[in-house]
Design a binder for this molecule. Sequence first.
Ligand SMILES: [Zn+2]
Length: 469
Amino acid sequence: MIYFFVIMTAENTHTAGYRVGIKYMRVRFGCLLLAAAFLLSDFAAIPAAFAEKTKSAKSVIDFRRHVSSRFEKTVRASTRYIIVHTSEGGLESTLRSVLHGKCSSTDRTLGGHAHFVIARDGRIFRTLDIRLKANHAGLSMWNGEDDLNESSVGIELVAYHYADITDSQYASLGRLLGQLRKTYRLDDLAVLTHSQVAYGKPNQWFKDNHRGRKRCAQNFERARAGLGPTWDFDPDVRAGRLSPDPQLAALLYPVSSGPVSETPRTAAGSNVITKDNTAWTIAGDDYNAPDTIYQLPDGSAVAGDKIASSIGWDRVPHGTVVLLNQEQDEREQEPNQQALQALKPAAEPALKPTRPASGPVKLISRGRNAWELAGADYRKKTTIYFYPNGRIMNGNRIRDWDDIPRGTKVLIGYSGPLRLRGGKLKGGLPDDAVLLLPGNRLVTANNAKNAGRLPKSARVFVPAKGVGG
Ligand SMILES: [Zn+2]
């Protein structure tokens, strides 16, 4: 039975999961317990000196003992590949799911989902003994060989497949790859991304086994990790073992995938649904997962497993933002402060005065983080963060400060979004109001064209009254 269970988990891995036949509430409760156990027992056990040690971005942090006891350890048959993933989540949730498995309303996995996790500040967490088989590749094939869990090391970057991977991550990954390649005598071509090796069973888009099940690390720029180019073509597609996913192929193998005009623009760099950027090209096989959340232009959110029955896949409106791995219990967990302390960004700089800016909208960029932009207000409710993926968070709601990607816009001293009636704000729109317009654009009301007639999906933010908290 345990053997069966492990095999099933290996088939599904970290984003889909083993469908257990027990009721929603029971799984949900189990997930809460799991999260609580992780935060309270494992992290709380981290001594202060250890937490101190994790502050150096150069150090490798040994988290192997935190892997779930439910994960069955078996030694891997061989090591012929290194597979790079993007975790599609923040550091805390990535470590939790890699070590203890993933939970959604209907699914659960057992942990052991990678050998290493690399945080956005470059810290490397060692999460599983390198000799063991990790459940990271799922249904996978490369050059005729399948089940790559048996022959590969898995590395999770705390990153998104449609956003930037940081310089620190590339630097740390480069060092780690150097060591691994030396240990296992592997060349450049042995380093592959999950999006390259994952394949899916026939579904509504493909009648045969096919690529495109995972978009994981499709944005990985090999040269930035010190690697040469990857294969010019997909060996399994060429040999007829798998059908190609045209958009993914255009991205991964531009040389051999034919004239660009024949393939629609790829999904890289965006998780917003358009004519060519579909639920499939953004989420792959996770398009209908319960923890894939569709944020519709009207502000409502629908889980992937509810789209078919509530909207219909052909009627998801353009402009909908697709968010992967949205933990359903996130808001219910009270994070353990000591545990979170250990995960604080490595180099939290001394607070500097905010530079005078030309407008109220600031941008998180290299060397300009939340603290530099907002000073002591960085975690206030009135400091609002607009992530590149479309998510909007108040500073007081953010738990994972390591996870604020470059390109996030910050509005300091504002409140909102305000309720609009018929596209208008009661009492008129103040000049210093900030509008969020389609395409994640933020403009002040006095700079907006036709501010009197706002598009239906616009949201309005106004300066907060008094001192926000
Ligand atoms: Zn992956």
